[in-house]
Design a protein around this ligand. Structure first.
Ligand code: F6R
Length: 365
């Protein structure tokens, strides 16, 4: 089943084009510039009356919820809250009656996510699910939802399921946006960005050799920082989680500007920072954050869509990614951090597909 790959994680990283194609197949309408989401089991009228959205999940799926928060708030202008499913179960937060609850779970069997779903259903909220495993408990018990169709994910560390969860939440944001104030033209731009994504994924995967060399250089380092702003902040969290899980290196994800409020104390020649610096309103801000790290002798690894605009000496290493629309950029950003964690773990001789102490799905509390 592995073909020419050494590990399932590697195979699954390289399968992301296909996974994304499967997630969007039949779910875009050019005529209406929107998404076509059969399976939600909720009428247009019901959807229009939603005032809030609550997203619940664990681990990597929780990071997908954080990205979704940016996407839904930006395109649909509906306030979103994100909760760890394990906290939601016991926290008993007050919820507005017009709240739509979404849970995200690759396996569809994570106990905390399942119990969060049951708790919100018990309170009478419409509860939808995004799952990959067809017929899983969460898929069966939710009021409706969307399957990811990512194909089986065997590596314990989630890769292709994560990027599929993001694209599906973008479809949800587009759909809800087009029912509200998102114009036909803006919807059309997002539809085109989604259609362009598979080729951009291929282009990004071509950086694998560059990332492998960087991984070799840093594989013995004891600590890493991952920094990003706006929706790249959750990808920084995901980068840190992937590295921790499979290579057992301590890593932290932070919003880049928050660094000055504490984590900058960690910066030293043994603590590299992986920083997302892509074109957009905050490009120059992130560049100054990178300079602050360099000034304290922290190695800077930049993931950027504008390598020509990076002044020499600013970064120790650069991973060039293609320019992508804001709506889909997090998916492109994710690929280099997955590859980095993977190659570092391989370099350290770790059991990549079955990291110590971890299970593919956590079915006991
Ligand atoms: C990390 C990872 C875990 C899962 C989490 C939720 O790489 O795989 O953090 O994302 O256990 O699992 P699901 O999505 O199956 O509910």
């Amino acid at each position: 089943e592995l073909g020419s790959y050494k590990h399932f994680m590697e195979k699954e990283i390289f399968e992301q084009r296909k996974a994304i194609e499967n997630a969007i197949r039949g779910r875009l309408s050019d005529d209406q510039s929107t998404a076509v989401l059969n399976g939600l089991n909720i009428t247009a009228n019901e959807l229009r009356s939603i005032d809030r959205i609550l997203l619940c999940a664990c681990g990597t799926a929780w990071h997908a919820c954080l990205v979704a928060e940016y996407l839904i708030e930006r395109y649909a202008r509906i306030p979103v809250e994100v909760e760890y499913a394990s906290e939601f179960r016991y926290r008993n937060p007050p919820l507005d009656k017009n709240t739509l609850v979404f849970v995200i779970s690759q396996s569809g069997e994570t106990i905390d996510t399942l119990e969060a779903l049951r708790e919100s259903k018990r309170k009478g909220f419409k509860t939808l699910a995004i799952t990959n495993v067809v017929g899983s408990t969460i898929a069966r018990e939710s009021d409706g939802g969307l399957y990811q169709y990512s194909g089986k994910e065997i590596g314990v560390a989630s890769t292709k399921a994560f990027t599929s969860q993001i694209i599906i939440m973008l479809l949800v944001a587009l759909y809800l946006g087009r029912m509200r104030d998102l114009s036909f033209a803006d919807g059309k731009e997002i539809v085109s960005a989604i259609k362009a994504l598979p080729d951009l994924i291929d282009e990004t995967l071509k950086q694998a050799d560059v990332v492998r060399k960087i991984a070799k250089k840093y594989s013995k380092f004891p600590d890493f920082l991952f920094l990003g702003r706006l929706e790249e902040y959750p990808i920084a969290l995901e980068g840190a989680l992937k590295l921790k899980e499979i290579s057992y290196i301590h890593a932290e994800g932070y919003p880049a500007a928050e660094m000055k409020h504490g984590p900058i104390a960690l910066v030293c020649p043994e603590c590299p920072a992986v920083i997302f610096a892509n074109q957009g309103e905050i490009f120059q801000k992130v560049i100054s954050n990178a300079k602050e790290i360099g000034a304290r002798k922290g190695p800077v690894i930049l993931i950027t869509d504008s390598p020509d605009e990076i002044e020499s000496g600013l970064a120790d290493d650069v991973i060039a990614i293609p320019k992508a629309h804001d709506a889909v950029r997090t998916i492109i950003d994710t690929i280099p951090i997955q590859l980095l964690a993977y190659y570092i773990a391989v370099e350290r001789g770790c059991d990549v597909d079955k990291p110590r102490n971890l299970a593919k799905s956590v079915t006991v509390e």
